[in-house]
Structure formats: C-alpha cells, structure tokens
Design a protein around this ligand. Structure first.
Ligand code: ATP
Ligand code: MN
Length: 144
C-alpha cells in the first residue's frame, strides 16, 4: 500500500506536513515518491493578462520557480533512500492530480487537508475535497 506514493504539493505548510508523513512511511515499506506540482491554468491565464513578458518567457520563469521549489524536496527524499520522480503539469490541479494518480499507478497518495489558501472555516480545501471524492487509491489526508 505504500510502495509508490504520490505527493501532490502546492508548497504550502500543510503540504510540507504531508511530506513529513511520507518520510515516516520509509519504515513501512515506501520505496518511491512521485512529486507532483500542478501549475494552475486559471492562475496562469490571469497573470498572462497583466504581465509584460511574452508567453514563452512567462512559462520559462514559472517553470524555473517551480523547479527550484521542488529540488530541495527531491534531494531530501533521495538522501533518505527513496526513488524519486518529479512531475510538473499545467491545468486544473484536481484533474491533473487524478490523471497522474492513474498514469503512475501509485499505491496511495498523501495530500494536505488544506493548502496555500488555508481558510479557517473550510473543512477541506477544494482540491483535496475533489481528489478524495474521485481517487481510486487510498488517500492519506494530512491535517493542518
Ligand atoms: P483552496 O485552493 O480551495 O482555496 P486550499 O489552498 O487551502 O484551498 P487545497 O488547494 O485543496 O487547499 O490544497 C490541499 C492539498 O492539495 C495541498 O496541501 C496539496 O497537497 C494539494 N494541492 C493543492 N494545490 C495543488 C497544486 N497546484 N499542485 C499539486 N498539489 C496541490
Ligand atoms: Mn489551493
């Protein structure tokens, strides 16, 4: 159940907590982690309106930023002896998370209950709620 774990991250504190949980799973037989960040297409389209950069330049900068966030996570997991795969996708976060879940045929996934918005009144963030509803495999929900 823990062999290959999907780790979707928006680089929030709660997602960081989910990473700490995954590290613990090493002792439970976890071997491989797929780190996934989805560049939200809506956010992307929104900044495209007011930026002076052209589209390819904007994409390049964003990708660089995301890569620099992922690199230390990747290193940390590798140092612990995990096999690591990195996936950066663009689109709707929940759709992409579910697509990668199926594509990578993971054993389970670990996701934060909340993310960057972390609204006090919300029981779950919108991404985690939709992912939990539709995922095929067990989902570890790490609470804030
Ligand atoms: P909302 O986005 O609905 O305003 P939120 O930001 O507090 O609320 P979610 O976005 O649902 O909560 O985040 C919950 C978890 O989903 C995160 O901890 C992370 O594991 C995952 N997640 C959210 N957004 C992304 C993303 N763009 N790429 C990868 N994983 C994500
Ligand atoms: Mn969010």
């Amino acid at each position: 159940m823990f062999k290959k774990i999907l780790y979707p991250t928006d680089f929030s504190d709660v997602a960081q907590k989910a990473l700490d949980f995954i590290k613990e799973l090493k002792n439970a037989g976890a071997e491989e982690v797929v780190i996934l960040h989805v560049i939200d297409k809506r956010f992307f389209d929104a900044i495209a309106w007011y930026t002076t950069k052209d589209l390819p330049e904007m994409k390049r900068d964003l990708l660089k930023e995301v890569t620099s966030e992922i690199e230390p996570i990747e290193k940390e997991l590798k140092d612990l002896g995990f096999k690591v795969k990195v996936r950066i996708e663009t689109g709707d976060p929940f759709t992409e998370i579910l697509r990668v879940e199926r594509e990578e045929n993971v054993s389970s996934m670990a996701i934060g209950s909340h993310g960057v918005s972390n609204i006090e009144e919300m029981f779950l963030g919108s991404v985690s709620e939709k992912v939990i509803r539709k995922a095929k495999k067990p989902v570890h929900v790490i609470k804030r």
